[in-house]
Design a protein around this ligand. Structure first.
Ligand code: ATP
Ligand code: RIB
Length: 310
């Protein structure tokens, strides 16, 4: 039997307004429609994994509101083991999302119950974490919890894929525990302390080098419609192109990529470059459908999509 992949992270109910273009500061505008979707970077990555056929367990917290049952149901239907998703009194995590017709978005996350996932919860699930084929995390849970998880996986020698989103400066200790660090472009700039610049302070290759010097074994820079750049100790440096599609909604494209990459690498035995190419395919599929978890393809959808594109 496969060793499960464990995702430690957030679950959010996404409240999504669709508009023709993103509003400018201070502007009031009329939107086209409003929908709710199951989201949260942790839950999205777990669902991406499960839809592809991975054995995946989620560790996280939900509130006691009506959103919690919708979020549980979404995860269960996708096939995620949610026996370690616990309930606390109060609100579940929520995200206020505005998506434009071009597929761009802005997201404000209100942590709610995700803020109650603490180091002692990680300790209670030590056995599952230490026996995982890979552990995935993001930054929508308390910082101290991610630090604690990092030290646990490092001592156990478990591969650790960290999505530094939403980004904040990370300690050297945490970065040294990371096998695969997967920032997008703005997260890369924030981690390197060059955010708010013109984005060209360093080349992409230089950004990867500078991040690698801070401790992770490998980095995969997510470059939106341009694909990814990967470099590190376990791979030859390479650009992997994105697949050309008409983007409807890019929300959770990064989550689709991370879930698919982890599945391909940890449970399908693919080489990292092949896993990244497969993950670019799954992520491209995801941007053609609206919503976060609703956009994650199954394995047969992914294979049909890739066959038609190549
Ligand atoms: P998000 O925060 O929206 O979940 P992200 O900012 O973490 O995503 P991106 O770099 O935007 O990450 O997207 C991740 C991957 O998804 C890209 O590397 C690419 O492979 C794929 N992707 C994103 N946007 C597009 C697009 N418009 N067309 C094709 N593929 C895309
Ligand atoms: O990565 C997309 C996710 O970010 C959304 O589902 C939202 O919940 C926020 O966590």
């Amino acid at each position: 039997m496969q060793k499960p992949i464990v995702v430690v992270g957030s679950l959010n109910l996404d409240l999504v307004a669709r508009v023709d273009r993103l509003p400018s500061r201070g502007e009031t505008m009329i939107g086209a429609d409003f929908k709710t979707y199951c989201g949260g970077k942790g839950a999205n990555q777990a669902v991406a994994l499960a839809r592809l056929g991975a054995e995946v367990k989620m560790i996280g917290k939900l509130g006691s509101d009506i959103f919690a049952s919708q979020l549980r149901e979404g995860m269960e239907q996708a096939g995620v083991d949610i026996s370690s998703v616990e309930s606390v009194a109060g609100s579940s995590g929520t995200a206020l999302i505005t998506t434009s017709n071009g597929g761009d978005n802005t997201i404000v996350v209100i942590p709610g119950a995700n803020a109650a996932l603490l180091p002692e919860d990680i300790d209670r699930h030590r056995e599952q974490i230490e026996h995982a084929s890979m552990v995935l995390a993001q930054l929508e849970i308390p910082h101290e919890t991610t630090e604690y998880l990092g030290s646990m996986v490092r001592s156990a020698g478990v591969p650790f894929l960290l999505d530094p989103a939403p980004a904040y400066p990370l300690s050297h200790e945490l970065l040294e525990s990371v096998t695969w660090l997967t920032p997008n472009e703005s997260e890369t700039q924030l981690l390197l302390g060059v955010e708010g610049g013109d984005g060209s302070a360093y080349s992409i290759e230089e950004c990867a080098d500078r991040l690698l010097r801070r401790g992770p074994r490998n980095v995969i820079l997510k470059l939106g419609a341009r694909g990814v750049y990967m470099a590190g100790k376990d791979i030859e440096s390479a650009y992997i192109d994105a697949f050309q599609v008409d983007a409807v909604d890019t929300t959770a494209a990064g989550d689709a990529f991370n879930g698919a990459f982890a599945f391909a690498l940890a449970q399908q035995g693919m080489a990292p470059q092949d896993a990244a190419k497969f993950a670019c395919g799954v992520a491209a599929f995801s941007v053609t459908r609206p919503g976060a978890q609703t956009s994650m393809p199954t394995m047969s959808e992914s294979m049909a999509f890739l066959a038609q594109l190549t």
